[in-house]
Design a protein around this ligand. Structure first.
Ligand code: PLP
Length: 372
């Protein structure tokens, strides 16, 4: 079997309108055609450049460092929890969706002492409740929250939450998986001690690793606390620092090279500000078009993110999500099923190598695909 030359390869049969993996550019895919040696200087220099650029994108001041970790985003979340929340510590999880609850589940599996403040899927975490919980429970050492809760698309107020956490002198962990690079995040004012994201979200790389931006002094104090060998964030960081970009175990070389290309394209586009603007435009066109067709958004406009939007499944007895999904897929668009437990929804992502004209075409495809 022969393979056509790269430039004659067919485009994807459909656009991914999902929160990761998402549609990537041809440039990102093209750079994966080369093999890299995991401990060679050529490769490690790419890793070091990525680590430095991540700090710049986050506007991280002096005193922050970054670490890359193999696996999907959850592996990086788990590496932070198992490394940062040491035996004897207590974690408070602010949950309003599946990803917040996943952090609690990670803690439970490790045997970490934790408690959950669950505001429900349709509400942001309450700042007064958080302050009262921290005041009442001095044993709590760490607070974790999700920035964009991908379950619903809700954007949580991480700055305001951070101010309360810092006022009470606790360590602050933010899962910014689906927002980093697509929504401005300013580490200099946020005060987060650990911020987590991954290669295949708003930077628009391919899946295979996540990354953590961490306060260096705290990370440096965590030698030996991880209750996992492969997810030991401190050990990974130490190896990357001492060996200038070396990973402890086989690194996802092609994914890393693709990520470097994705970062270059990100900067070419104009960085976070430009990407945020494009995603917001995608989101605006989506909402306008879908509402015109009679679809109803799950969330109030004030808490929506430009990342992903949840819509109620139409209550019509003849509507079937699976059929709607397949009809859209045939027309070139893959959307996402719902994840909200209390309401029947589906979701459409507006991140990735996806542009306003794509969303306009999607709305037309929705009009043709819906029934009756
Ligand atoms: C995507 C995502 C994750 C990680 O999910 P993986 O499937 O492990 O990549 C974690 N948190 C949030 C908020 C996410 O959107």
């Amino acid at each position: 079997m022969t393979t056509p030359p790269f430039d004659q390869m067919p485009d994807n049969p459909y656009l991914l309108l999902t929160p990761g993996p998402l549609s990537t550019s041809k440039g990102v895919k093209r750079v994966m055609l080369r093999d890299w040696c995991t401990w060679d200087d050529d490769y490690n220099a790419i890793v070091e450049t990525i680590r430095a650029r991540l700090l710049t994108i986050a506007n991280a001041p002096e005193g922050y460092t970054s670490v890359l970790m193999q696996g999907s985003g959850t592996f990086s979340v788990e590496s932070v929890i198992t490394t940062a929340v040491a035996p004897g510590d207590r974690l408070l999880v602010l949950a309003n969706g599946a990803y917040g609850l996943r952090i609690a589940e990670i803690a439970r599996r490790i045997g970490i002492d934790f408690t959950v403040l669950d505001s429900g899927e349709l509400a942001q975490p309450g700042l007064n409740e958080l302050a009262a919980t921290l005041a009442d429970d001095p044993a709590i050492t760490h607070v974790a929250v999700v920035h964009c809760e991908t379950t619903t698309g809700m954007l949580n107020p991480i700055e305001e939450i951070g101010a309360v956490v810092k006022e009470h002198g606790r360590i602050y962990i933010v899962d910014a998986m689906s927002s980093f690079g697509g929504v401005p995040i300013d580490m200099a004012t946020l005060g987060a001690d650990f911020l987590i994201s991954s290669a295949n979200k708003c930077i628009q790389g391919v899946p295979g690793f996540g990354f953590v931006i961490a306060r260096r002094a705290i990370l440096a104090s965590l030698a030996g606390t991880a209750r996992s060998l492969s997810l030991d964030l401190h050990a990974q960081w130490q190896t990357m620092e001492e060996h200038h970009g070396k990973w402890r175990f086989t690194s996802p070389t092609h994914t890393v090279r693709a990520f470097a290309q994705a970062l270059a394209e990100f900067e070419e586009e104009g960085g976070v500000a430009a990407r945020h603007q494009r995603y917001r435009e995608n989101h605006r066109i989506l909402i306008e078009g879908m509402e015109r067709l009679g679809f109803v958004c799950l969330l109030n406009p004030s808490v929506r993110s430009p990342i992903i939007t949840a819509f109620y499944n139409p209550p019509h007895p003849d509507y079937d999500f699976r059929r709607f999904y397949e009809a859209l897929k045939t027309r070139g668009y893959v959307i996402y099923p719902g994840k909200v437990s209390e309401h029947s929804t589906f979701r459409i992502g507006t991140i990735g190598h996806v542009f306003p004209r794509d969303i306009e075409a999607l709305v037309e495809a929705v009009e043709q695909s819906r029934e009756p």
